[in-house]
Design a protein around this ligand. Structure first.
Ligand SMILES: C[S@@+](CC[C@H](N)C(=O)[O-])C[C@H]1O[C@@H](n2cnc3c(N)ncnc32)[C@H](O)[C@@H]1O
Length: 404
């Protein structure tokens, strides 16, 4: 597989932040043995070593060292092409409980494999139904201005690149850049798309002042300091730019839009007591929430987005949307809205079943006994397939403009 990957350099604790994080540009297709030589760089940057030290320890030949050292002075964003070879793939992923998990972040722990990529692509379709394609101001912000600078969009934690692919197709005059822990999964990379492999938690200084739109959707499970990330986004944006944030809180809600209580129920010795237990889907996703928090992910970011953006001095025209969507097609009735809810319910059911399977390595690694996790998975599947239980997930979305 050949794809666009920018490899990130080691942080230099003493030098200027913007130059310390210049990604490495590799402009040639690599043979497998070359990839093995470069593979130490295909990892989160060491915080204690300078980039040149990292080159010294990873590259044997002096001309290679010179070439890499000169490339290290290039600021991102800059296009690069790198062949992702088998040895790089092996250095980047490990198997856990039968799934491929990436090696670059200790925080984010959903798999990076074909079933997960398929889930993300379908989820993208579902979310387009749930929240719509783009917030209204995006059209204005990305309007082509031939006399102005080239418009640019950054998608943080872009996953398969599905959202970015839409942007590239709908706005061919725009540069679309994605960042993720794992390489892009687009089968066709449009000429105006570039993806970078990087850990957002290591800082985004190299992007400051270069984008008109910054998007982040469903990345809180991999973000240690989300408020700090919002501050960085404010610096990444050009004046009048648009930030778009959408997150879920890893809770399941009942028909009164209250989260199911997960406090330990008394042992269910009667059918009445069993009926009062929270549904298995809520309990399993509750385990996910605990495990993500234990790894340092920001599970409460969804509920804080609105406050963080509203209180940030750089943002204005803040719009908040709080959307509950059904986890199965239980909606009844023939109105347009009920049919829409049922359609979302079908898509969300597929998504949540695959999502819970994807989270198995996360919850098992987090200490949930295998038997308990698997029993909950089976019970949650029946609940969702029966499609009678009214339960919802909540998506909180905020968009805002950067002041001049
Ligand atoms: C649930 S997926 C959402 C993908 C995409 N935003 C979407 O809405 O389709 C979360 C993505 O964020 C990426 N991610 C999480 N933490 C990250 C981090 N610290 N740096 C870069 N990417 C991260 C993951 O690798 C994964 O692809």
């Amino acid at each position: 597989m050949s794809c666009h990957v920018l490899l990130a350099a080691g942080d230099d604790g003493e030098s200027d932040a913007a130059t310390a994080r210049s990604p490495v540009r590799l402009d040639h297709d690599s043979s497998d043995s070359e990839a093995q030589r470069f593979s130490p760089l295909f990892s989160p940057r060491a915080t204690s070593s300078t980039f040149s030290e990292e080159i010294d320890s990873s590259v044997g030949d002096e001309s290679d060292r010179d070439e890499l050292a000169s490339l290290s002075s290039l600021n991102s964003p800059a296009p690069s092409v790198y062949s992702l070879t088998e040895s790089l793939i092996q250095a980047s992923f490990r198997k856990e409980f039968g799934r491929d998990v990436q090696n670059h972040s200790e925080v984010y722990h959903l798999p990076a494999d074909v079933p997960e990529f398929e889930r993300l692509n379908k989820q993208h379709m579902m979310l387009t139904w749930v929240v719509g394609k783009y917030p209204a101001p995006l059209m204005d912000v990305l309007e082509d201005e031939p006399q102005g600078p080239q418009k640019a969009v950054l998608d943080l934690g872009c996953g398969t690149g599905a959202w970015l692919g839409d942007i590239a197709a709908d706005f061919p005059h725009v540069d679309a850049v994605g960042v993720d822990l794992v390489p892009p999964q687009l089968t066709y990379v449009p000429p105006n798309v570039r993806m970078e492999v990087d850990d957002i938690n290591l800082g985004l200084e190299h992007f400051y002042g270069q984008f008109d739109v910054v998007n982040a959707r469903l990345i809180s499970a991999g973000i240690k300091d989300y408020a700090g990330l919002i501050d960085q986004m404010s610096r990444i944006l050009r004046p009048h730019g648009l930030v778009i944030l959408s997150e879920c809180d890893f809770r399941v809600y009942n028909e009164d839009m209250e989260p199911f209580s997960l406090t330990a129920p008394p042992a269910a010795t009667t059918s009445a007591a069993a009926a009062s237990e929270p549904p298995a889907v809520a309990r399993y996703i509750g385990h996910m929430r605990k495990c993500i928090r234990a790894r340092g992910g920001h599970v409460d970011a969804a509920s804080l987005l609105h406050r963080w953006v509203s209180q940030h001095r750089s943002f204005t025209d803040v719009v908040y949307r709080d959307i509950y969507f059904p986890l199965s097609p239980f909606a009844r009735g023939d109105s347009h809205e009920m049919r829409r809810q049922r359609k979302i319910g079908f898509l969300a059911r597929d998504d949540s079943l695959a999502f819970m399977e994807s989270a198995r390595p996360l919850v098992l690694k987090g200490g949930v006994p295998e038997e308990e996790a698997d029993n909950l998975l089976v019970a949650a599947r029946s609940e969702l397939m029966e499609g009678r239980l009214p339960c919802y997930m909540r998506m909180q979305c905020v968009y805002a403009r950067k002041r001049t």
